[in-house]
Design a protein around this ligand. Structure first.
Ligand SMILES: *Cc1c(COP(=O)(O)O)cnc(C)c1O
Length: 233
């Protein structure tokens, strides 16, 4: 059972990273990034102690949802979400981590209102200002946060970032540190429908660095499920 062993080892690494900065492992949420993994593999991960699954693609989410793949775990959405697909995600996902435009926030709000629920979300920040990535720039954040009061059916619970793939150890630490600073700055301000509780950053290649810089939510895929096979897509 390779997946079960990997879950155990990732949890141990999270705990060790937390301990190194005098934090408790309990305050760090492990989100298993499940893209391209089958329902059966998700079930193995959940049986091994994964409590949150993070899905990237709406179609995969719907398919696996119908197969009961997420039973026993909470579900987060972590990929780029198109406005016309919010209906498949709102209500099903406890947290939509990847809100990258006001238009998307508005569409999520409208769908949540229709369902009579409040949808929790994170704002995605393009912290490395990468052309290829979506997300708000840090200078756009205050405007978005100030408008959150208009969206009565969403609740902004924090920030999420996907910095460049970490090739050199420690390379993303400045980005993680910048995110933590934004997070703290926002915490000191008062915005309606906003509560800075989750700072989602760190993936297989750099989650220990992210924790060292203050992450409390890591999204780990390949360190749990093994390398993804893109040749089949
Ligand atoms: C795939 C993915 C991850 C996990 O990546 P790994 O490097 O496999 O750990 C984390 N966050 C997002 C948004 C992803 O798409």
């Amino acid at each position: 059972m390779v997946i079960a062993e990997n879950v155990k080892s990732v949890k141990e690494r999270i705990a060790a990273a937390a301990e190194r900065c005098d934090r408790s492992a309990d305050e760090i949420c492990l989100v298993a990034a499940t893209k391209m993994n089958s329902a059966e593999r998700l079930r193995q991960a959940i049986a091994a102690g994964v409590t949150v699954c993070g899905e990237n693609r709406v179609q995969e989410l719907v398919e696996k949802w119908e197969q009961g793949a997420y039973e026993g775990a909470a579900l987060h959405f972590i990929g780029h979400l198109q406005k016309n697909k919010v209906k498949y995600v709102v209500g099903r996902c406890e947290l939509i981590q990847s809100v990258d435009s006001i238009e998307l926030l508005s569409a999520i709000n409208a769908q949540a209102e229709k369902l009579g629920i409040c949808q929790q979300v994170l704002l995605e920040v393009n912290i490395a200002s990468e052309e290829s990535k979506s997300g708000f720039s840090s200078s756009e954040l205050p405007v978005v946060l100030a408008s959150a009061g208009n969206f009565t059916h969403v609740f902004i619970r924090g920030l999420m970032a996907i910095p460049p793939i970490s090739i050199i150890k420690g390379q993303n630490r400045p980005y993680f540190a910048a995110m933590k600073q934004l997070f703290i700055d926002i915490q000191t301000k008062k915005y309606d429908n906003v509560s800075m509780d989750f700072l989602s950053m760190g993936m297989s290649g750099d989650f220990e660095d992210a924790i060292a810089e203050g992450s409390n939510m890591v999204r780990v895929g390949s360190a749990i499920f093994g390398a993804r096979d893109y040749s089949k897509t």
